[in-house]
Design a protein. Sequence first.
Length: 130
Amino acid sequence: MHISIPLVIFDTSALLLMILERVRVLEQVYEILNSPYIPIVTIAIIKEMEMILKWSGRGKVRRCINTVLNLIYTSFSIADINDDADESIRKFVKKYGGIVVTCDLKLKRELEEKNVQVIYFRESSRRMEL
């Protein structure tokens, strides 16, 4: 018997959405897939978050980034792909497959053209969709 658990890779925009807009992204992904999944980020995503943290002042954005980084370190698998953040996602799905969660429409369209499943945020319904 073979059990397959989906790999789900999150980009920075989707991670920030969870905190800045209080969207329950992780729960909505579970509902969409109707299955447990392995949440993943790349080293490049973490570096991008740390860069934002470095250049953000005090306040909401800084607290948001710290909250997201804590969530990543406690609940996500981290893929050792070190490139530009979007490129690291492209490389991950090319090598391992998986589903991408993003709010970046350009990245969404590009991945869909390559037949990659993308879960994205639909502003009008304030929900994630596949």
